[in-house]
Design a protein around this ligand. Structure first.
Ligand code: PMP
Length: 428
């Protein structure tokens, strides 16, 4: 694989950007190599500056459910840009997207747009604290909710990847207000509530954990969280930044039949442009400024380009056949990959739901954070490097999720299976 240009650019980037990147996982540290600079994305494929072509399973870490550069989305952005890129004033597209989301996810009676998933979760927590008059929050080991101080406590994603459970610069006073429970372990939640229930403003959870690799919720886990929080007067926040519009049109809460008090969104609702949102029950959301006393604002919030890209994306996804197609194609990919791994005699687990999946190098099933930590990350790194050489772009960490898009065709799936087989051949 040619990579002279990427290497040259990375060398320069490291001089003027920390680690040469704008977000840690992109540096490819966990897979023991330097990153590729991407020049172009089209459909299910990305192309780097050295002219290499890859079948892409990162999809910008989740937003690109329609694939790269979808013509309808590009058209919507182009048309919006012709009328200006930002007004700092309300616009109709913002209202259209708000209405689309509120009708798709009925627990969201009112919504506020922000610019990232981090802003969404950070603001939702502030709101929960104001609404309940309580100070503490509960999060789960291995779950990631962005980089606000309250969440950088045993977080997943890049932090799990680099084995740093906390971040420097987060005050102990702040960390003390974040209580950490174990995913899929209701007892750990009950214990925390027995001890500190009266002080807990909210439980925030990824209803499907996607930042320690893909870990699915046990059937009773989320129901249990709903029960415990309702009983204790705490709010339940579903962080659907990844799962919103990914697994089904109504978010994972629709799939699971559970109604959270607040939901955070991002990624897909911006069609690949920077966006986030939080929303929920009217009586809670009415506390947000200017209606209420919880301050939260944003120069570019509700940005017309992002709103247009979001509306265009959701309009396409309203045809629910896309979700059936994603289910079938990803099921086929996962099934074929299982066969390939077995034929090559590797220990592995593949977790999958809808168009999200993770391949773990491990002997056991992966249902908890402890299971995740047992995975052979060195083997994943080796696998990753070979797979990249074979033209398939997986996430550059064992702890991120693969995403299949509507642009992936059966021939991409077939090519991926063959590439994985060749990568495993080289590892054997
Ligand atoms: N919540 C979840 C579940 C996420 O996966 C992420 C990012 N991957 C975030 C929040 C933070 O979103 P952003 O990177 O847009 O700030």
């Amino acid at each position: 694989m040619q990579r002279e240009k990427s290497d040259q650019l990375f060398k320069i980037a490291k001089e003027c950007m920390p680690g040469g990147v704008s977000s840690p996982v992109r540096a490819f540290k966990a897979v023991g190599m330097d990153p590729l600079f991407i020049q172009r994305g089209q459909g299910a494929r990305i192309y780097d500056v050295d002219g290499n072509e890859f079948i892409d399973y990162v999809g910008s870490f989740g937003p690109l459910i329609l694939g790269h550069s979808h013509p309808e989305v590009v058209k919507a952005i182009r048309e919006a840009a012709q009328n200006g890129t930002s007004y700092g004033a309300p616009c109709e597209k913002e209202l259209e997207l708000a209405q689309m989301i509120c009708s798709a996810i009925p627990s969201i009676e009112k919504i506020r747009f922000v610019n990232s998933g981090t802003e969404a979760t950070m603001s939702a927590i502030r709101l929960a604290r104001a609404y309940t008059g309580r100070s503490k929050i509960v999060k789960f080991e291995g779950c990631y909710h962005g980089h606000a101080d309250s969440f950088l406590i045993k977080a997943g994603s890049g932090l799990l990847t680099s084995g740093v459970p906390n971040s420097a610069g987060v005050l102990e006073e702040q960390a003390r207000n974040t209580l950490v429970a174990r995913y899929n372990d209701l007892e750990s939640v009950e214990k925390i509530f027995r001890e500190e229930g009266r002080d807990i403003a909210a439980v925030i959870v990824e209803p499907v954990a996607g930042n320690m690799g893909l870990v699915l919720p046990d059937p009773d886990f989320l129901k249990g969280l709903r029960k415990i929080t309702s009983y204790s007067g705490s709010l339940l926040i579903f962080d659907e930044v990844i799962t919103g519009f990914r697994i089904c049109y109504g978010g994972f809460q629709d799939f699971a039949g559970i109604t959270p008090d607040l939901t955070t969104l991002g990624k897909i609702i911006g069609g690949g442009l920077p966006v986030g949102a939080y929303g929920g029950r009217k009586d809670i959301m009415s506390r947000v400024a200017p209606e209420g006393d919880v301050y939260q604002a944003g120069t570019l919030s509700g940005n017309p380009l992002a709103m247009a890209a979001g509306v265009a994306t959701l309009k396409i996804l309203q045809d629910r056949d896309w979700y059936d197609r994603l289910e079938v194609i990803t099921y086929m990919l996962a099934t074929r990959l299982k066969t390939v791994f077995e034929e090559h005699g590797f220990f592995y687990t593949i977790n999958r739901i809808g168009s999200m999946f993770s391949v773990f190098f491990t002997e056991s099933e992966v249902k908890t954070y402890e299971d995740v930590l047992k995975c052979d990350t060195a083997k994943y790194a080796q696998f990753y490097r070979h797979l990249l050489e074979e033209g398939v772009y997986f996430p550059p960490s064992q702890f991120e999720v693969c995403f299949v898009s509507c642009a992936h065709e059966m021939e991409d799936i077939e090519a991926t299976v063959q590439a994985v087989a060749r990568a495993l051949d080289k590892m054997a």
